[in-house]
Design a protein around this ligand. Structure first.
Ligand code: FUB
Length: 329
């Protein structure tokens, strides 16, 4: 009899576990009314978020993970845009840009970053170059945050032969642009090595040399600059699987002082790609994981959680949640 009861209990446990691993994330947990707002997009796989606050709206620019279940490698042909004014309801604004919009690119719509400057919107992207072996960085421009975007140059802004700190085909990925208070823009990017350069006022040409960033130990990729209380924060994906680390500086060009990890490895994805915004008096950390049903390394999902600082300006560890953030309306 005791054996029978144990077997029944074991059966119930196994069925509960398998149900959990094959069921999509529900909007509400059974028995209560807690809603799951993470991931923010539940009907397609999204990765590598970059966020822009423009007027009263948050725009999130993402890659589109199109790999099939159990498929190997990134399959990414286009970038998507979503918008929200309450951080819980996200409106799809379509596939505003694709690899095919860049005549010099062949595949791999990897991480990008869209910023506003001089009343226009510049979307820096990474894709495989058709003539210069390796990844390259390009830039598209639009008069509206949701497009239509067109290639601003007709050629890449950065190609693999322009960066020689390491011998790699993918050190020119993950562009992130910061427009400083005086209007000067800087572009950061990299894999294994972190690079930066000034941008000319036209936003589509480098102004001077490409520099290697020091003071970002264990740098893997996904550099991102933001400012808090007059200090610059360079956050980045470190190690493998990636966690998010950061360094701070009084100047955007460094020297950078390493501060450590503030976001742990995410659920079901070895990559970890962040963007940070302030919106209506609160800081937010937007990232991706592989938590959606059938998700994983090549089928990721964008999430948002709150971000807090200590009094000394250090970043408190991010608490990754399924519930997401409170509606601000
Ligand atoms: O999505 C392709 C690559 O994976 C990105 O460029 C990296 O940041 C990592 O998330």
């Amino acid at each position: 009899m005791r054996y029978f009861i144990w077997m029944v209990l074991l059966g119930l446990l196994i069925s509960a576990c398998s149900e959990d691993s094959t069921t999509d994330i529900p909007d509400e947990l059974p028995g209560n009314t807690i809603k799951h707002y993470n991931p923010i997009i539940k009907d397609q796989f999204t990765a590598d978020p970059a966020a822009l606050v423009y007027q009263d709206t948050v725009f999130v620019y993402t890659g589109h993970d199109e790999q099939e279940i159990n498929g190997e490698g990134y399959l990414m042909n286009e970038w998507l845009v979503f918008s929200s004014t309450d951080l819980q309801n996200w409106t799809p604004r379509g596939a505003a840009l694709a690899v095919s919009d860049f005549s010099w690119a062949t595949r791999d719509a990897w991480a990008g970053h869209c910023v506003e400057a001089n009343g226009r919107f510049y979307w820096y992207i990474c894709a495989e170059h058709k003539d210069v072996p390796g990844k390259a960085i390009g830039v598209a421009v639009s008069d509206h945050p949701t497009g239509p975007f067109t290639d601003a140059l007709g050629h890449a802004l950065v190609t693999n032969d322009m960066t020689t700190a390491i011998n790699s085909f993918w050190d020119d990925i993950d562009p992130a642009v910061y427009v400083d208070d005086d209007g000067q823009a800087y572009i950061y990017w990299g894999n294994t090595v972190c690079y930066y350069a000034k941008l000319k006022p036209n936003m589509i040409e480098l102004d001077g040399d490409i520099h290697v960033v020091e003071g970002v130990p264990n740098f893997t990729e996904a550099p991102h600059i933001h400012k808090y209380n007059g200090q610059y924060y360079l956050t980045y994906a470190a190690g493998w699987p990636e966690a998010t680390h950061y360094s701070v500086s009084d100047q955007i060009t460094g020297p950078w002082e390493y501060k450590g990890q503030f976001n742990a490895v995410v659920e079901n994805s070895p990559t970890n790609h962040q963007t940070i915004i302030d919106y209506e008096g609160q800081s937010y950390f937007i990232y991706h994981n592989g938590s959606l049903n059938t998700g994983g390394e090549y089928r990721r999902s964008v999430c948002i959680d709150s971000m807090f600082y200590n009094a000394d300006g250090t970043i408190r560890p991010i608490i990754q949640t399924r519930t997401g953030v409170k509606s601000i309306r």
